[in-house]
Design a protein around this ligand. Structure first.
Ligand SMILES: Cc1cc2nc3c(=O)[nH]c(=O)nc-3n(C[C@H](O)[C@H](O)[C@H](O)COP(=O)(O)OP(=O)(O)OC[C@H]3O[C@@H](n4cnc5c(N)ncnc54)[C@H](O)[C@@H]3O)c2cc1C
Length: 311
């Protein structure tokens, strides 16, 4: 395992400890705002306003995951539906990321239906009406089978209003991509952000990067819409060369990055005429998202230690 992975695993393991969560939740909101657009939908819309000025579109993400009650799941679904109205009112592209675990993937209704699917259908019906798009984020590995199965069902019902995410760090992903090809899915390719065991995921960063390129190239070559979601400049440069060489049109792919990370690069790519979207997380349920961002880069731990010391 290389040093980046050791660091990442250490941070994600520590972050799971209740005392740490309590400490960071109490003192960390100021720090979290480096990666989170704010508390409210209005804050997130303001972030879209700023990004649109530099030619970057927004991907709205109401933070929250792994809910355990019907009430919470339905409340998240209602709040996600409210995003559509806010974007429509401003004439912005309607583009939202959701987590199935946030809207009830773990809950079964008395009639046997999966609540996540019930809420996903509500959300997708509205998105389809408005010509929008909804991405099902990919969570930790025990959810991958169910999420891909639900994506298949939803894509048959709602067509290209829906897409999902594949994570390069999982051994299985190259086959998963191939198996989805008959759907011609719109996929976001990421490296992967969760704490995963070596039984399911590559532990060397170089190997994850290699798989990442393979996946992006394979999806593009299959003629499918590909969202290249990374801040890794060397990968981005290689993708630019690849699409030139293969004459892949610019309307078949886009670059995606996270709010608060490499805004310079987002702006430059937009100036070069590429489609660029930034993922805009907002809401009070920021702890898990924030931990994953801290875990991605060793320098971020200094940022958090300084912040906690300032108190
Ligand atoms: C739009 C979008 C959606 C995503 N959705 C998912 C998802 O559904 N499921 C999932 O598992 N993961 C998701 N991710 C996260 C992803 O898996 C990676 O964890 C994350 O993108 C960091 O990896 P990287 O590709 O940027 O490469 P890395 O090799 O980790 O980073 C490359 C460079 O980017 C910069 N950088 C990266 N992360 C940070 C950071 N936190 N702080 C400061 N600088 C940083 C640094 O300069 C670093 O050297 C998403 C990422 C993006 C951009």
């Amino acid at each position: 395992m290389d040093i980046n992975q050791i660091y990442r695993k250490a941070v994600l393991s520590v972050a799971e400890r209740p005392q740490i969560e309590q400490l960071v939740r109490t003192k960390g909101w100021g720090m979290a705002q480096r990666f989170v657009a704010g508390d409210t939908l209005e804050d997130a819309v303001r972030a879209v306003d700023e990004l649109e000025k530099i030619g970057v579109h927004g991907i709205m993400d109401l933070l929250g995951e792994m809910v355990t009650t019907e009430l919470e799941a339905n409340t998240f679904a209602e709040n996600i539906l409210a995003i559509f109205d806010a974007l429509e009112a401003r004439n912005y592209p309607i583009y939202v990321s959701i987590k199935l675990s946030q809207i009830g993937q773990d809950l079964t209704l008395a009639n046997g239906e999966n609540l996540g699917m019930v809420n996903a259908r509500r959300i997708l019906s509205r998105a389809k009406q408005l010509g929008g798009f909804v991405r099902l984020d990919m969570e930790d590995h025990p959810r991958v089978d169910l999420t891909l199965e639900q994506l298949r069902t939803l894509q048959l019902e709602f067509g290209n209003t829906v897409g999902t995410v594949l994570q390069a760090y999982l051994y299985r992903t190259f086959d998963d991509r191939k198996n989805l090809d008959n759907l011609k899915p719109n996929l976001r390719i990421v490296k992967g952000a969760y704490l995963e065991p070596e039984t399911v995921a590559f532990s060397e960063k170089a190997e994850v990067d290699r798989q990442y390129r393979r996946l992006v190239y394979a999806h593009l070559e299959a003629g499918n819409y590909t969202c290249v979601a990374t801040h890794d400049e060397s990968i981005i440069n290689d993708v630019k060369i690849f699409v030139e060489r293969k004459k892949i049109p610019r309307d078949l792919f886009e670059f995606q990055m996270l709010y608060g990370i490499r805004r310079d690069l987002q702006k430059n790519l937009a100036l070069e005429g590429y489609t660029v979207r930034a993922y805009i997380p907002y809401g009070r349920d920021w702890y898990a998202y924030f931990s994953r961002r801290i875990a991605e880069r060793p320098a971020n731990v200094l940022f958090i230690l300084k912040g906690l010391m300032r108190g």
